[in-house]
Design a protein around this ligand. Structure first.
Ligand SMILES: [Fe+2]
Length: 244
């Protein structure tokens, strides 16, 4: 499947990703046009010449981003198509992928400009996911932090996803919940994310939520957020995210 436009300046390409026991689930790569006109690619997927050609027509690829310690399987193929792009990833991926030269480590800073705000989700060292808020389109991009799997699954995968609590709605799987090692840190990161301006959810796994995503994301993370004391002015949390 080729590129599909999600909204102005944001595109999606989906593939099916195997994750063991013969199971496969949909996985989305997102392509974002930066203010510079260059492109930023979130969670690169399989990159055949047809797809690479579609992307080149949109602009030069400047950044390839692996958003957590698991979404790196197709990095090499993307690098071969776009060798001029910088590769950014969370700390620790360099140990898993010594074959890749990383230009930067993902944190709160946004070397590509203020349009795309990275927010590291702390307290989950096995994943080290970094989510992104694309300010011009009001979109939240996540990899494994949240799923929204609703269709196009075989019966076995649907049963598996139901068992993990991540089917039929915006949800966090029990596997993700079990990966939380520092609950206050994870909750604070998620609250920081929720204080950012977004209305659309673009998950790697599942359907895009076009409107009202923040309420659904908050509901999915309520188990984590319920013990957290919210500041009287949520903007005060948002202000902790530095403008770049
Ligand atoms: Fe994933």
């Amino acid at each position: 499947m080729g590129l599909q436009e999600i909204c102005s300046g944001v595109w999606s390409a989906e593939h099916r990703q195997k994750f063991g026991f013969g199971f496969a689930a949909p996985c989305r790569m997102a392509v974002v046009r930066l203010a510079s006109g260059g492109l930023w690619i979130h969670s690169p997927g399989p990159m055949d010449e047809a797809l690479a050609g579609e992307i080149r027509e949109l602009g030069p690829v400047e950044y390839l981003v692996a958003p957590n310690l698991f979404h790196h399987l197709h990095l090499r193929a993307a690098i071969e198509r776009f060798p001029e792009a910088e590769v950014h990833a969370p700390p620790g991926l360099e140990k898993k992928r010594p074959d890749v030269t990383f230009a930067g480590t993902l944190g709160l800073a946004a070397p590509w400009g203020a349009d795309l705000q990275p927010i590291p989700i702390e307290g989950m060292p096995r994943f080290r996911e970094v989510v992104f808020v694309h300010r011009p389109s009001g979109s939240l991009l996540v990899a494994d932090l949240l799923f929204n799997l609703r269709r196009r699954l075989g019966p076995a995968v649907a049963i598996y996803m139901r068992l993990t609590g991540a089917y039929g709605r915006v949800a966090q799987s029990r596997i993700l919940r079990l990966a939380v090692r520092d609950r206050p840190a994870a909750a604070a990161s998620c609250l920081r994310m929720l204080c950012c301006p977004f209305d659309r959810l673009v998950p790697c796994h599942g359907e895009i939520v076009e409107h009202g995503a923040k309420r659904q994301v908050e509901a999915a993370l309520s188990w984590l957020l319920r013990d957290l004391e919210r500041p009287p002015d949520a903007q005060s949390v948002n202000s902790a995210v530095p403008e770049v």
